[in-house]
Design a protein around this ligand. Sequence first.
Ligand code: HEM
Ligand code: HEM
Length: 178
Amino acid sequence: MARSDRASGRIRVWDPWIRLFHWSLVTAFFVAYFTGDSVGATHEWAGYVALGLVAFRLLWGFVGSGHARFADFVPGPNQLIGYSRQMLRGAEPRHIGHNPAAALMILFLLAAVIVISVSGWLLTTDWGWGSETIEQVHELAVDTTLVAIALHVLAAIYESFKHRENLIGSMFTGHKRR
Ligand code: HEM
Ligand code: HEM
């Protein structure tokens, strides 16, 4: 930890790659979303960029730094049940890395982007072109993911108030208070 961090009581939680990954994924997702009505190169490339970013994140979950690793935040069933009970009592503890509920949502979002982009790609192949089933998978996955993203953002805001810290700001700066 840098001396300035020790002095200011801050800890570095998210490495630069995680932060770049997150905000690039947000951008790619919404570019793809808002070009969904007139599908062309921009839509397809934004979708492939989102898929590439998720592939990078899966790799980084094994070789990345501290709190980026899956081993650091993917919860086991007992941890998840324990945390949910604490949440119901309004007594969930603060986590420096991702909390178990956030972790579950993160895994869901990563999987959802894969389903959306692969189904989108299939629609461009000879095999999948014109398939109503694949179109429905693509659209349903997008709609479900939008609901998940809304929950994801609301949860980040709620936990920020609860623990008096700015979790969204931390995704930009990489730091949290000790
Ligand atoms: C403007 C909208 C968004 C905001 C404000 C936001 C905010 C955040 C915050 C604060 C975290 C850290 C949570 C924690 O401290 O545990 C996070 C993590 C994450 N978010 Fe978002 N998010 C947004 C949109 C999205 C979207 C659209 C996706 C994917 C489609 C997404 C996927 C993720 C993932 C995968 C992580 C884990 C970061 C990592 O460890 O790599 N987010 N987000
Ligand atoms: C994060 C990634 C993506 C998002 C958020 C997304 C979002 C959307 C949305 C909102 C629509 C309009 C659905 C409707 O008509 O109601 C759409 C349609 C479509 N997308 Fe994507 N998409 C993504 C990735 C991709 C990729 C990678 C491809 C292909 C390479 C693709 C190909 C298509 C095609 C061909 C359609 C038209 C399907 C139809 O006629 O209903 N998408 N997408």
